[in-house]
Ligand binder design. Sequence first.
Ligand code: NAD
Length: 482
Amino acid sequence: MKKRKICIARGDGIGPEIMDATLRVLEACGAPVAYDEIKVGKAVYEAGHSSGLEPDAWDKIRESKVLLKAPITTPQGGGYKSLNVTLRKMLSLYANVRPCVAYHPYVFTRHAKMDTVIVRENEEDLYGGIEYQQSSEVTQALKLISRPGSERIIRFAFEYARHYHREKVTCFSKDNIMKLTDGLFHKTFDRIAAEYPEIEADHMIIDIGSARLADTPEFFDVIVTENLYGDIISDIAAQIAGSVGLAGSSNIGRNYAMFEAIHGSAPDIAGQNKANPSGLLLAAVQMLVHIGLNEHATRVHNAWLRTIEDGIHTADIYDTYTSTRLVGTSEFAGAVVERLDEKPRKLTVVDYAGSGTMAVPEADPTPRAEKKLVGVDIFLDWDEENRDAGRLAGILDNCRVAALKMQIITNRGTKVFPDGFPETYHSDHWRIRFATDDYAEVSANDIIDLQRQVLACGLDLIKTENLYLLDGEPGFSLGQGE
Ligand code: NAD
């Protein structure tokens, strides 16, 4: 059988030990894979490559399309970019998948029945890193949620559920507050869910959803959510499963995929043959399934479950009640190898055989909306006249172009004019909404003329946002209290 080439990165700290252990198991199970090693991590950063990757690594990854990566140590201090963020963004690895499973009673957890998969969007949201400071007091970050990005990750979650015979997909968002961005994610979820009638679909607001997840994780099957929420809840979910050191994750894109353990490089135990290689090994199982070596994945996963069940444990999960033998990294790998023809007796046996590989349909093309310009939000850095909103309104009173009129002033999103509350704190960051009555159309030149008038008042105009109707619906939120 022709060997499938994959890239491997040994990383830092415990990385080389757990990679050796993982490759030993893959070799023993006869997986037809060949390795192309790339260098990543601390030494590469310190050699002056700010991405943490050697320049020729990209060519190797492009050729094999699959990367099995051990954790790296991110050097302290500025100037270094996160290797994971770079890999996810440059290779468009849009889906982060993290199965969080309890191995009760062999690994301690308060949630014996937990078996939840977190599917996290990996490219959008606040992780664009588009941030600004334009006044002394206020900083801001741009949250970007796209229709194709949402559709792709939500379809992925439903396809995953279908492929792995799961029954329910729950969407977490905060669309009661972020009606446009999270609203788009939720609406897209409802639209795509209708294409999978055999799978139960459910939506929860992220805060109560997370509380429920921490309390009763067995209520959840597959959870799909945006990047930031997913980042947080996937760590919570792994922790309460009792298995941070055991969990593997995959980062999947249309053309490339990366597999890794969720823990870091554990420098405190590096080089001591103490590390648990399970996270990377289970990531490698996900990789085998991804490249279609389902039978090998099944063998390795069942052998691993049997090892855990037999109480052969590394120090991080060793417990006098359930463990029978304390082992180091290489002995643990040896124990898995010895059990390659065995299955767990009490834990659930896995079977990837026959399930093929998972295909996710392309996102539907977004229909072009009919756009109508109806106003502009003008942002000012203003720190005069006791920050009196009425005074600012007076200064702006003469700024009028065409049918554009000042409608409202907000400060950090809260209405402060007209009819503001004296109790509301006023920062130095102001938003003045100019719009037409009845949302009549204005031109881009009208907006520019208006900005000239604002500047002529001696005000510090720091940014603007155009207000559009898209297919007749406002493409902007109202101020709190508006
Ligand atoms: P860590 O996950 O490396 O370690 C936290 C604790 O868990 C330590 O006590 C460690 O000994 C233990 N631990 C972790 N993995 C273990 C394993 N497989 N077996 C046994 N014990 C294990 O987190 P940290 O200490 O916050 O970070 C260390 C370094 O790892 C940092 O430089 C950080 O930036 C990096 N990191 C890398 C990745 C990655 O490459 N994906 C992820 C997280 C952290």
